[in-house]
Ligand binder design. Structure first.
Ligand SMILES: Cc1cc2nc3c(=O)[nH]c(=O)nc-3n(C[C@H](O)[C@H](O)[C@H](O)COP(=O)(O)O)c2cc1C
Length: 200
């Protein structure tokens, strides 16, 4: 698929069929995450991939609102939880040559551990589209994060930034709400050319 079409077609899909994914498709999606850029090439991320129906069933109690509002999300044959590992960044930037030996978070202009893990998530979303699949990124609310970690044995220093469902779109997928396109902000509103406030 043309890259421009991948971008144009990408949308959050919340209704899936339970058609399984070929294992090589799952591997291509996961491998794409590892191609994301990362500050200092820290790669401070990890990905919990759930394909087994029993494992996926263990996940859904931690996102009760999604499970209730869009129950067919639970049919998606792949759930990936991208996890940000801040310690890897603090360690990497404390190395000689980077020089933030005090490991203070005040140095960071933005929390790159979340940014990089988000970039990896986006690559998985785009790879899903390229594979003819649908995908959705959604949040795991704060109250559910620690119980989620305990259920899956995730160490405390790994922070889930959300989760992705990936699978074949349901055949009766409702068309995207027109509000999404109506609400998409215009270039003139958000792109400033040469100076703040200059849109022409
Ligand atoms: C950081 C982030 C968090 C999101 N959280 C949720 C969520 O919890 N539940 C959900 O249904 N969609 C979630 N979304 C999807 C957005 O609602 C969606 O991207 C937006 O409405 C635009 O629609 P589109 O991506 O289909 O173009 C999230 C998206 C991002 C980037």
């Amino acid at each position: 698929m043309e890259f421009s079409e991948v971008i144009r077609r990408r949308r959050m899909v919340r209704h899936y069929s339970d058609k399984p994914l070929a294992p090589e498709v799952v591997e291509r999606i996961l491998a794409s995450a590892l191609r994301a850029p990362s500050a200092g090439f820290s790669q401070g991320w990890a990905f919990l991939a759930l394909t087994d129906p029993a494992d996926r069933a263990r996940f859904w109690p931690f996102v009760p609102v999604r499970a209730e509002k869009t129950p067919t999300m639970q049919d998606a044959p792949l759930v990936v939880v991208p996890l940000a590992h801040k310690e890897a960044y603090l360690d990497r930037y404390a190395e000689p040559g980077k020089g933030w030996e005090d490991r203070s978070e005040d140095h960071w202009p933005a929390p790159y551990w979340y940014i990089d893990t988000g970039m990896a998530a986006l690559l998985m979303l785009l790879t899903a589209v390229d594979e003819g699949l649908g995908a959705c990124f959604f949040g795991i609310m704060p109250d559910h994060i620690q119980p989620f970690r305990e259920e899956f044995g995730v160490p405390d220093e790994y922070a889930p930034i959300g989760a992705l469902t990936i699978g074949y779109r349901a055949t009766d997928l409702p068309s995207q709400s027109p509000h999404v396109e109506e609400r998409r902000r215009d270039a003139d509103e958000v792109i400033h050319r040469g100076n703040w406030g200059r849109h022409g």
